[in-house]
Design a protein around this ligand. Sequence first.
Ligand code: NAG
Ligand code: NAG
Ligand code: NAG
Ligand code: NAG
Ligand code: NAG
Ligand code: NAG
Ligand code: NAG
Ligand code: NAG
Ligand code: NAG
Ligand code: NAG
Length: 411
Amino acid sequence: MVPTKPESLLLLTLSFVILLRFTASIVPQEEVEAVENILADMNATNWRFDGDDCSLDMVSEVPRLSQEANASIGCDCNIGNDTDCHVVRITHKFYNLDGVLSPELVKLPYLRSIDFAYNYLSGTIPPEWGSTQLQEISLLGNRLTGSIPPELGNITTLTQLNLEANQLSGTLPSALGRLTNLDSLMLSSNMLTGRLPTTLGQLGNLTDFRINANNFSGSIPDFIQNCRLLTRLEMVASGLTGPIPSNISLLVNLNDLRISEVTGPAQAFPQLNNTHGLIRLTLRSCNISGEIPEYIWLMRELAVLDISFNRLVGRISSNILGRSLRFVFLTDNMLSGDIPDTLLVNGASIDLSYNNLTWQGPNQPACRQNTNYYVNLFRSSSMGNRIQDVLSCTENVKCPRCEYILPLNLL
Ligand SMILES: *[C@@H]1O[C@H](CO)[C@@H](O)[C@H](O)[C@H]1NC(C)=O
Ligand SMILES: *[C@@H]1O[C@H](CO)[C@@H](O)[C@H](O)[C@H]1NC(C)=O
Ligand SMILES: *[C@@H]1O[C@H](CO)[C@@H](O)[C@H](O)[C@H]1NC(C)=O
Ligand SMILES: *[C@@H]1O[C@H](CO)[C@@H](O)[C@H](O)[C@H]1NC(C)=O
Ligand SMILES: *[C@@H]1O[C@H](CO)[C@@H](O)[C@H](O)[C@H]1NC(C)=O
Ligand SMILES: *[C@@H]1O[C@H](CO)[C@@H](O)[C@H](O)[C@H]1NC(C)=O
Ligand SMILES: *[C@@H]1O[C@H](CO)[C@@H](O)[C@H](O)[C@H]1NC(C)=O
Ligand SMILES: *[C@@H]1O[C@H](CO)[C@@H](O)[C@H](O)[C@H]1NC(C)=O
Ligand SMILES: *[C@@H]1O[C@H](CO)[C@@H](O)[C@H](O)[C@H]1NC(C)=O
Ligand SMILES: *[C@@H]1O[C@H](CO)[C@@H](O)[C@H](O)[C@H]1NC(C)=O
């Protein structure tokens, strides 16, 4: 069939548009070569970068480690003072790349974001990266070793730095304090040591800071109070010791605060009465003594409260406003008094074991069967006889020999 006039016009226009697209979307040869070298260094041998349309093509089948696997490259054709398209993003995550990080990133002058999360990349972080203008770096979940190069402190454009779950060692370079645009700094699950440099107090834009599972030394630094925008602060088993600085009360934007395993002198419950938006609060094994402040139970957003393994005394408030409270861990304190019904809401998981609470008989709410909440009362009371200590919710048993028939795992 011979095309009618409007159809041929359409075809002509289409081919013109396609031609225009192809001629206008070419990535400069230097950038194509740089990407090829970067892929080769990472041992991404099954991928090929096509500079004609800025696509990353799979040349042979590669297993995806997750639904989230993503290997792609982003270009921007409106950036720079030429008509070229430039590489601005490289994503290559959840593939089992077993190569190394490439210093050639510096040859991509418009590169803004790299995400190489969840591969098996090894070796060190190239100090050359210090001269890039990256905004986002994620190397989460690889096998990187060595220390964090101080040159990273030169990437003042950086807003996100995620080095979690590697085998990085050494101390944190104080040069990181130059990253004043930094929004999130995630360093959990490495082998970092030494004190946190005071320069981190200059990170005035930091909203998310995580250093869980490391081997830092020294006490939790006072300068953390300068990072006023923090909404999430995690120092679980970081190695840092107590006390928790009193000025943590200035971090009123926190909605997720997790601190645990801090040794040091006994301290009172940190003052969080201005931190109204807390959703999750973990202060586990922090040698906190005294009572749980009343306002904790009045926090409306609070969903997870873990203040286990401390030396808390006093009663659990019955005035609980936090209707979202679903996970409550009060394990191993010296809390006394009754268990308020207001704690026992649908979907709740409550651990009251190892306390000095009033013994709960079989007819009390905490002992009710077929409920939608779960309460661990193991040794939650030390007031009854030996058997009742261990087994709440049983009839008031009085047989002196029962101790001998208790299963071993309950003792
Ligand atoms: C891969 O990641 C990029 C950048 O986050 C995103 O724009 C793209 O949609 C993702 N592709 C797939 C297939 O998920
Ligand atoms: C803009 O163009 C000039 C010369 O045309 C060049 O020297 C300069 O490096 C270019 N700038 C960027 C950011 O590429
Ligand atoms: C790259 O991958 C090949 C096979 O996939 C492997 O034999 C080689 O050891 C890898 N190279 C590095 C540097 O890991
Ligand atoms: C980059 O950082 C290093 C170490 O912090 C420093 O010695 C060097 O002068 C910096 N280079 C530039 C160009 O800023
Ligand atoms: C926060 O970042 C902005 C730009 O994103 C910058 O202008 C400002 O100086 C930073 N604030 C602080 C306290 O460093
Ligand atoms: C933690 O650091 C201390 C020195 O501060 C060192 O003695 C210890 O071996 C380190 N522990 C681990 C598990 O690396
Ligand atoms: C705690 O904050 C107050 C008010 O900003 C300040 O006056 C005080 O010096 C701070 N304390 C410490 C130990 O930094
Ligand atoms: C807790 O504080 C007490 C009293 O200050 C102290 O004796 C004890 O060693 C501390 N415990 C830990 C684990 O730091
Ligand atoms: C928070 O608690 C401190 C000490 O208990 C008190 O001085 C302060 O007024 C309280 N702030 C608010 C807003 O309740
Ligand atoms: C346990 O609670 C009872 C009654 O509230 C109190 O008399 C006793 O001193 C408490 N024991 C401890 C070790 O706190």
